[in-house]
Ligand binder design. Sequence first.
Ligand code: ZN
Length: 464
Amino acid sequence: MNLIQKLERQDLSNLGQELHHFAAELYPICRSITGDGLRQTLAKIQGRIPLQTFEVPSGTPVFDWTVPKEWNIKDAFIKDRRGHRVVDFRSSNLHVLNYSAPVCATLTLEDLRPHLFTLPEHPDWVPYRTSYYKENWGFCLAHNQMLGMRDAAYEVCIDSTLKDGHLTYAECLLPGRSTKEVLVSCHACHPSLANDNLSGVAVATFLAELLMQQDLRYSYRFLFLPGTIGAITWLARNQANVGRIAHGMVLAGIGDAGVLHYKKSRHGNAEIDRAAAHVLRHFSESAKVLEFSPYGYDERQYCSPGFNLPVGCLMRSVWGTFPEYHTSADNLDFIHPEKLLEALRVSAAIVHVLEDNRRYRNLNPYCEPQLGKRELYRSTGGPHIAEEISARLWVLNLSDGEFPLLDIADRSGIPFPTINEAAGLLCNAQLLAPVPEGLGNGVESDPNETGSSAAVQSSISSSA
Ligand code: ZN
């Protein structure tokens, strides 16, 4: 049973709700690029999948960057003269400029104003702002809330710490038959924002859970890390190993009601790009494929010219293009169980293509074999008899050892699973045989990699 069949067998309505519940469980945590909120988030993910966490000391140079000080926060507020909290961290962690230095003072409203951030165009929303690399402190609040502040002076307190500590990230490694890897990366550094970070975290976690139950061709490495600095840190620590990454995708902003988008890797025509485009084309007419650009999520780092990894990005509404982006309106109502589930299904369908995209050789290449006498000129029971038979003819014709199944699917216009199924039937009928991997795309046959595979296995078991 392939991945998609396995997914379709589960109670799907329930799975969508489960994804949403998981995002809801993580939602209240005050995350940042370092600190205990990130650790708590990783611990919750570890409750579902085997995870190895890494702690990188502040001050560690990572390419052109430095791992910053660790940030933690207990409380923050602005109190009016009656002692009433007019802005309260306890009601939303977005109220604090993320990475604020500690402060405790009484200030005039005029002196406080440069430290207040609002969104006049959406006066009831709280913006999400950060000050990672330039020490500052501040509060984010609804514009209408700020207009209501009329006292001459206010007591402000941010009970945070910003000191040497660690940057935390985590990996879930699922070993397959090959040590060639598929990288799945998502950022987990935003506080209470649902689509921008938690949707990707939830879908990646559930995808890993699904793959844990499979016999895998590739090894899969899931990364849960703080955006930008986390990906840069990971690449700096794994520069020697990136050659084993055969395909990759960033999952982010994937639970809102917008249409699905896949942003291509810098290669533009990598296998992951073609697999994702194929899946989206057959999944929904409105889904769009975008060319690579050097902004967006962490694909920027994986696709920087020194690495140039075949890593794309699967998302729904494109970052920065919707008004709720980086505001309190990116909440749990902004993401939907059925959209999260759809994202999981599309991700699984892409993985299915990567797993089964092989080359075959027609064993009876001189004229068409007679399908009728092998019972291959009739349906296996599916509703699309003509397409099933058409798929068999396409696979037979193009399987000269050169074209992998994805090429055949694209050229025929037939969905990959139908083409793959046809290849299976033709193999059973001894009309087709897989090209040994070493002669095809070299995935399983590199004997030099066996040792590292064993090391990978042991690191997973020690981390679980
Ligand atoms: Zn963001």
